[in-house]
Design a protein around this ligand. Structure first.
Ligand code: AMP
Ligand code: ZN
Length: 315
């Protein structure tokens, strides 16, 4: 157990989070940028992320998923159609740019100079920051027409943006999410999720961290959102694999296992081979969260990590 871990027993959740964040800055694992949730990463941190990425690939390789490498932005018209602003308006980030003429530029510079809000001089572009790695996938798959009999399986990774500034080092605003996404019949996608619920626990268990799997819900916005969240829990649509990072009582969701039923299939019009609406499921790996969980439990010096864990990650 590291210094900050032992401190969690006697300190409030917020100060335990800040203490761990400070420790990560002090040890040069993360670098402060002045914005909560936006950090530079050390080579050591990236080395752990890459090793974990390869571990996921080893567990998933037998399924022969199709990798697609999307940039961390998605089309605004497609984002608008996705319904994200209905469910999670508080998390979204849109890209804006200056599109004015010279007079507007003068106004912008004057506002900047005077310390006023200058962002009104910008206009929304056609790009929105990707909120979850699977969002650009569904419209892409829809364009390919009906699914083959076996459905499809994709392997994605993206930097994601969520506006949730926090002193909790595990709650970043820009972070990487790896995802496997299964699209097919209800049976196919449920079997996929079951498999990954097992695999995820075996994989994380091999990394020597304490874990549990629990029902979960997404942070749907507002009063209507509370009903959606309750329904998501009641129907067992989301599970998370939790590992204590800054709190034993409130462990951090490091992997998630989501069954969307026919939500995306009907929204994007994805038919199965026999014309039914496709169901979808995804397993998401929070790359930074897993790295932070490993640093928390094994210390910030990876050379000192248990030999068995080093073996799993680096061979
Ligand atoms: P979700 O779509 O919320 O289930 O997110 C998928 C995975 O991304 C989660 O299991 C987390 O490991 C990770 N994740 C979600 N939000 C954040 C965040 N703010 N900072 C870092 N990782 C996150
Ligand atoms: Zn997803």
């Amino acid at each position: 157990m590291s210094v900050a871990a032992s401190a969690t027993a006697s300190t409030s959740p917020v100060s335990a989070q800040e203490a761990y964040l400070d420790e990560l800055f002090d040890k040069g694992i993360l670098f402060d940028t002045g914005v909560d949730g936006l950090y530079g990463r050390s080579d050591v941190f990236e080395d752990v992320i890459q090793a974990f990425d390869r571990l996921i690939t080893r567990y998933g390789a037998q399924d022969r998923a199709t990798p697609i490498h999307f940039p961390p932005g998605i089309s605004r018209p497609l984002f608008e159609k996705s319904g994200y602003m209905k469910s999670f308006p508080q998390l979204a980030g849109t890209v804006h740019s200056f599109m004015g003429g010279e007079a507007d530029h003068c106004t912008l510079l004057a506002e900047l100079e005077a310390g006023q809000d200058w962002t009104g001089q910008q206009t929304a572009t056609d790009i929105v920051l990707t909120p979850a790695a699977c969002y650009p996938l569904y419209p892409t798959v829809a364009k390919r027409g009906p699914l083959p009999v076996d459905g499809r399986l994709y392997d994605l990774q993206s930097y994601c943006f969520r506006h949730e500034p926090s002193k909790d080092p595990a709650r970043m605003q820009m972070f990487r999410m790896r995802e496997y996404v299964r699209i097919g019949s209800p049976e196919q996608v449920q079997a996929f999720r079951e498999t990954w619920l097992e695999r995820g626990q075996a994989m994380m268990g091999s990394l020597g961290v304490p874990l549990k799997v629990d029902l979960a819900n997404d942070p749907f916005f507002g009063r209507a959102g509370r009903m959606l969240a309750n329904n998501q829990r009641d129907t067992g649509l989301k599970f998370e694999l939790l590992i204590p990072v800054t709190s034993e009582e409130k462990p951090t969701a490091c992997l998630s296992f989501n069954y969307h039923q026919d939500h995306f299939g009907s929204l994007w019009n994805i038919p199965t081979h026999n014309g039914d609406v496709a169901h979808t499921a995804c397993v998401g790996f929070g790359m930074e969260r897993v790295a932070l969980a490993l640093f928390k439990h094994h210390g910030t010096d990876t050379a000192q990590w248990p030999q068995a864990v080093r073996q799993v990650l680096w061979g």
